[in-house]
Write a protein that binds this ligand. Sequence first.
Ligand code: UDX
Length: 447
Amino acid sequence: MALKITVIGTGYLGATHAAAMAELGYEVLGLDVVPEKIEMLQRGEVPMYEPGLEELLRKHVAGIEGSTGRLRFTMDWAEVAEFGDVHFMCTNTPQKHGEYACDMSYVDRAFELLAPHLTRPALVVGKSTVPVGSADRLAAYLAEHAPVGADAELAWNPEFLREGFAVQDTLHPDRIVVGVRSERAEKLLREVYATPIAAGSPFVVTDFPTAELVKTAANSFLATKISFINAMAEVCEAADGDVVKLAEAIGHDERIGKKFLRAGIGFGGGCLPKDIRAFMARAGELGADQALTFLREIDSINMRRRGQMVEMTREALGGGSFLGKRVAVLGATFKPDSDDVRDSPALNVAGQIHLQGGQVTVYDPKGMPNALRLFPTLGYADTAIEAVRGADVVLHLTEWREFRELDPATLGEAVRARVVLDGRNALDPALWRKAGWTFRAMGRPTA
Ligand code: UDX
């Protein structure tokens, strides 16, 4: 009989995973503790903007016309425990308030609520990004609290999806990593992922701690790559070099590679910043803090970029105060193709300038409602052209395609001064300069 799958926690990770599991042909039951989320998902609506996700959901959610009906949602833990052969745990692990460490309360709570209902053998699979050692602890918890005892087994299967590519990354992962303690668990997970494995996704089997560490190590590496190129941007600024050319040139070395070498205002979002901090905190607890002190530097190079963007803006406005200056900000989300503004460098820069007296107007293709909620005192415009109207300077802070396709000549008619600062090194300087703009980018010559 085909495996039955449940997905616990229907945020970014869980909603995508549930839809992807249905796409792979399984009967899926999703659970969340927030009624509004469940109601939305039951209507085939996603609580965030993620390309392709709503379509995939509507293709499978029961009750939607023409759907396969393979995907349902509930708030009932007993129903979930009764239904599932494999339970994917997809709750979030934010940064603890006022600390670097990871807040495990949502994960712990999910295990507490599920365990007492596990009366039949099941594989519980953790997907959240957790401090190393958590799987070991949670496995012991299950064995003790599940009525079936050791037949409620744990596995750890970290998720590497990128926002904006969540559906693609889930259906065609570039690797599947599973931390397991038995052949039965490995066999079950090979069965769950049979389709992507057959399509060529490498399947890496590890112990618990390694599986947990793969995720934090991968994110630390990516953060390091970005901060490395941003450090090079700082040196380029001082030496009049061009970081974009430098990245292109070193990227030709296959050992280095081209990806994740875009200098700019740095990384943000719900993952990289909190993951490197939680990793440092956990290493400290393990007595291995020295091994990760470099991540502190990675973090501070990254956070410094935001301040440098503010200073570059001040300079472009002639130095001194922002009072009375009109600043247009293109982009609010932490990356394009997402509506996520969590720890967004773009909004952070906009906020800093606003707090220093600048008249900031923000426009973002998808992030406006979230930005407005987080930063209600900033000015917002419905279009890019409205945002730049009367501006003394235009900041390009999230690299949406829409911004690359803007016509500098048309925009030039709307602004007070044709000054554009590219915080993402994504606009074409020649194009803007030809239309009479003063163009500045981070780590590139003033020309
Ligand atoms: C990241 C990891 O990539 C993913 O594997 C993991 O599962 C979750 O965390 P995500 O947060 O969606 O994914 O964003 P990512 O594409 O990694 O970008 C993170 C940030 O780095 C963004 O703010 C982006 O603008 C910035 N970035 C990325 C750069 O500044 N330069 C680059 O070259 C690449």
